[in-house]
Design a protein around this ligand. Structure first.
Ligand code: PLP
Length: 380
């Protein structure tokens, strides 16, 4: 009688893509090759003709962007504490220091009003995140960058298909990093893309992607930078080629489901309780996630127990994310509780509800009813 388990998210992959993957596997060329080139060309077209290179993760695209920007030891990069830890790990990876700035409690993104106070002569770049796909204010971001001569690496891992003033995220700006992890709005299983400014940067990105190697003629090879092993396979690229044509339809569906969440959760009882809802943005965000913030002081139940009760009701939920600056690696650098109070409070209470294109309106209703019942039964 009970409904099947509703996961937090699930990719939608059509049969044509599955058949296409089988063709690649049979073709005799399965690692980086023609499918990678085709995906790069399609993405470049999607991003208004800017150069694009693809990689085997979203994480490495940010590391490579920082390397191309010349960010390294002795430098600081301003970023948000509310993200997947990859965002700041890449700053450490290139030898620079992450400087966390508190978030805006409404957008849950980096609070641009606080950035200037965090700048030092060592600051080289800004690394903001479009959390849940909600775009950081690009006008203010780039005004700040220009005023202080800083590079920008946009962690747009979650905002594929989001818009800023009607223009696609990635079609403008400095470095723009996208992830194709299975949880993201489109996937290559694992993978990512970096939108760059010119062909010189694109060539460098290719070098950092594969051991720094540059080939000339049939037998010539040079290595001028220390690169890694970050190339995407043709098998993965074929998955991406099958996903990209569905991006708009997937995002439209996500928007409809997000609207349904507002209809079910923006109720007098939950408003009175103080449940935090995301900004009701239906023109810019791709609704990568639907996240609520629990009103901790009004509840007798902790987030983990809310999640356990949802789980018992057959509903998955998730935490995106714990505050980065409170992880051991970052505490060792001197960050501590109380440094970023808005992010800390949000990270303690944020809860991601199921949202993916194959979900139905009835699924949303089921989640909302279960969450409402748990919260109202544990009012303080
Ligand atoms: C997914 C994600 C990444 C990393 O992408 P991978 O493809 O998993 O390496 C980085 N930042 C944010 C905000 C993400 O959501």
């Amino acid at each position: 009688m009970s409904a099947p388990f509703l996961p937090l998210t699930r990719p939608t992959i059509d049969e044509e893509t599955i058949a296409g993957v089988a063709d690649v596997l049979r073709s005799g060329w399965i690692t980086s090759g023609p499918k990678v080139k085709e995906l790069e060309a399609k993405l470049s077209e999607y991003f208004g003709g800017r150069p694009v290179r693809v990689f085997n993760s979203g994480t490495c695209t940010m590391e490579i962007a920082l390397r191309i920007a010349g960010v390294g030891p002795g430098h600081e990069v301003i970023t948000t504490p509310l993200s997947w830890v990859a965002t700041s790990n890449v700053i450490l990876e290139v030898g620079a220091r992450p400087v966390f700035v508190d978030i805006d409690p409404v957008t849950r993104n980096l609070d641009l009003d606080r950035v200037e106070a965090a700048l030092t002569p060592a600051t080289r770049a800004l690394l903001p995140v479009d959390l849940a796909g909600l775009p950081v204010d690009r006008d203010r971001l780039y005004a700040l960058a220009r005023r202080h001569g800083l590079r920008v690496v946009e962690d747009a891992a979650q905002s594929m298909g989001s818009l800023w003033r009607g223009r696609r995220i990635g079609a403008a700006g400095d470095f723009v990093s996208i992830s194709f992890h299975p949880n993201k709005n489109i996937t290559t299983i694992e993978g990512g893309a970096l939108v760059l400014n010119d062909e010189r940067e694109a060539k460098l990105a290719e070098q950092y992607r594969l051991q720094g190697v540059v080939r000339t003629g049939l037998d010539g090879m040079e290595v001028e930078v220390v690169g890694g092993k970050f190339n995407l396979t043709d098998v993965a690229a074929r998955v991406g080629l099958g996903q990209l044509p569905h991006l708009e339809e997937f995002n439209r569906r996500r928007r409809e489901l997000a609207r349904a969440y507002f209809e079910c959760l923006d109720t007098p009882a939950l408003r009175e309780l103080g449940l935090g809802l995301p900004p009701a943005d239906f023109s810019q965000t791709n609704w990568h996630m639907f996240q609520v913030v629990l009103p901790e002081e009004r509840l007798t139940i902790r987030r983990a127990d809310v999640m356990a009760k949802l789980q018992t009701a057959g509903i998955g939920s998730g935490v995106h994310y714990p505050a980065i600056h409170l992880f051991a690696v970052y505490r060792r650098l001197g960050w501590k509780e109380g440094d970023l109070p808005i992010a800390e409070r949000t990270c303690r209470n944020i809860l991601t509800l199921p949202l993916f294109p194959a979900m139905t309106r009835a699924d949303v209703q089921r989640v909302a009813e279960a969450l409402t019942a748990v919260l109202l039964a544990h009012r303080r």
